[in-house]
Design a protein around this ligand. Sequence first.
Ligand SMILES: Cc1ncc(COP(=O)(O)O)c(C=O)c1O
Length: 391
Amino acid sequence: MRRNDFPILQDGAVAYLDNAATSQKPAAVLEAMEQFYRTTNANVHRGLYHWSETATAHYEQARDTVQQFINAQHREEIIFTSGTTAAINTIAYALGKLVLQPGDVILLSQVEHHSNLVPWQLVAEQYRAKLEFFDPTQPLNQLPPKTKLVSLAHIANSSGLILPIQSVIALAHQAGVPVVVDAAQSVPHMPIDVQQLDCDFLAFSAHKLCGPTGVGVLYGKRVWLEKMSPVFGGGDMIRTVTLQHSTYADLPHKFEAGTPNIAGVIGLGAAVQYLTSIGMTKIQEATSAVHSYLVAQLKTLDFITLYGPEERSSIVSFNVRGVHAHDVAAVLDQHGVAVRAGHHCAMPVMEQWGVPATVRASVYFYNDESDIDKLIVGLKHAYGSLSRPNS
Ligand SMILES: Cc1ncc(COP(=O)(O)O)c(C=O)c1O
């Protein structure tokens, strides 16, 4: 579906199955970014001349586009960051400062990407709070005592597990506890409505949804963002500054210090418009069809071990019997198949599975069955040529 929109995929040389790491970019996104640099390149929010006003208008239009995309109630609830990682770190420091006392608990799931684990470890250390973890495959019936924050992925990047965010949010809200959703792997793949989810914060990256690298979104409910202090200080986020003291700009600028990634934000806006023009439900269906084919084909190979749940979204992690994941990926590369091999920034999950690494194939709507067929041929070759008996 729509493969011709993607210049890098047009010659069909590579079966790109590393979409959970980053997605490919359609011409519409490349052109929007190039257009900005070629025709209106100027800084935003400060120049009183045409280029700067145009750049500001396009930058702020991207905010409206993203607001509609995730159905945020207010445009100032959309903060542009450099990605999911920066968004979660910002939330962790600002929200941690607001709600954490020594002995309090930050509750995370057991399957988080390092981006939704390490920032909380840092903040827990700072406030002498504790981290606790729940198993997202089991119902969560109550929060541990003294829980002040919950943060969890919507979809685990290691396995494609879909976490029960809706019930966790409902449970946390009964206790007045805010919930952060790491939506890096879900926003690219399904319609997301933050008002319907009722999450307090949501983070995602442009580059996983056909947009550029180095830009992402921190969504936060206005009531929380207004109470939170900025984490980064600098230009654009202030109202007044004296040598001793500053007051801060209104939302969203309070959390957007310094010159932002203007071209990146414009690219993100173009990516969201591109996805919206296809329709997120159609994208979800197309991805799901090719993912089902992927899993079914892997199951025909008796030398493959699959990890994670039976119900997965867009991702599958596996190993080839007797061959290290890195060697599998190297053989696949020779067959023109791009996959990820390693711990997928989720070392605790690898520990739960008892393996140092897996191969991960992850699909998007522009993949088709021919990509999967190429993968299967490559896997048979990897097993046939590299597998060591009894290993
Ligand atoms: C679930 C999840 N969270 C967070 C991230 C971090 O995203 P970024 O590196 O774009 O900040 C990723 C990226 O792989 C991810 O899959």
